[in-house]
Write a protein that binds this ligand. Structure first.
Ligand code: NAP
Length: 254
């Protein structure tokens, strides 16, 4: 018996890194997973949506893979429509798709990169949430997990103006949303995963300074499963750090 048997979980940005790890973990726990990423990643990084889907299938999991750019409202709506067509419900939205610009100064970041990152990191969770919410509201149950960062609250982490500002926006978006949807029994939490050895991180020179301290994205699995199982009556409106899972929050801790 998996902890997520019978549940349907949507994970954005699942072609690699954290999204792939969480999609695999949710499927291992028995959820049907709807995974997405862009049809053609401009990043050139390893990992495709089809590879994630075939990993999950070979492990006996149930998966629907949908190409979707989270900055494109039509593609987002289509992803949600296809998920509902196939499974009839969506229990969990793991708003993971994101992009990182780290260790660069404001003068190095031109307006086009600024806009692109904000559209993915802030606009993505907004569009995906907006498309999924009516389904969760009708179910009167759901869990939305947005990916935050220590850089959203601490300038000393060195994330720089753009990435840190985008994640601070994700934090506030989540806290306000949690309040807005609590009467529909929908949980909204921020998962701060800590520094990861993802493909995206590996491509950024700035991350090499603490590479030895970074953890594999699979280490985030148990905390992401716990959050997926929450509703507004149990655990919502929280900034939950993966590093503190089991110590200050988690099963049996109130
Ligand atoms: N790595 C860390 O140390 C760390 C720490 C704290 C928080 N985070 C956050 O965790 C999340 C995942 O990071 P990661 O390290 O796993 O990054 P990653 O290895 O670069 O993976 C990013 C994922 O997002 C997808 N993506 C990017 N832009 C997209 C778009 N416009 N539409 C749809 N999918 C898009 C990518 O897919 P395609 O390119 O194939 O479309 C990929 O699957 C991000 O929100 C990041 O900010 C990471």
């Amino acid at each position: 018996m998996g902890q997520m048997d019978g549940m349907v979980a949507m994970v954005t940005g699942a072609s690699r890194g954290l999204g792939r790890a969480i999609a695999r973990e949710y499927a291992r726990e028995g959820a049907s997973v709807v995974i997405s990423a862009r049809s053609q990643s401009p990043t050139g990084l390893a990992g495709t949506l089809e590879e994630t889907a075939s990993d999950i299938r070979s492990a006996g999991g149930d998966v629907l893979a949908v190409n979707c750019d989270v900055t494109d409202e039509e593609q987002v709506n289509d992803m949600v429509r296809r998920a509902v067509e196939r499974y009839g419900r969506i229990d969990v939205l793991f708003n993971n798709a994101g992009t990182m610009v780290l260790g660069e100064s404001i003068l190095e970041i031109d307006p086009a990169r600024w806009d692109r990152l904000i559209r993915v990191n802030v606009g993505g969770p907004y569009l995906c949430t907006r498309a999924v919410l009516p389904i969760m509201m009708e179910q009167r149950k759901g869990s939305i997990i947005n990916i935050g960062s220590r850089m959203a609250t601490d300038p000393a982490q060195g994330g720089g103006v753009l990435y840190s500002a985008s994640k601070a926006a994700v934090h506030m978006f989540s806290l306000c949303l949690a309040d807005e949807v609590k009467d529909y029994n929908i949980a909204v939490n921020i998962l701060s995963p800590g520094s990861l050895r993802s493909e995206g991180s590996a491509a950024i020179p700035w991350t090499q300074r603490d590479w030895h301290e970074r953890v594999d994205p699979s280490a985030v699995g148990p905390s992401a499963v716990f959050l997926a199982l929450q509703d507004a009556g149990s655990f919502t409106g929280q900034l939950a750090a993966r590093a503190e899972f089991g110590a200050t929050w988690g099963p049996g801790i109130h």
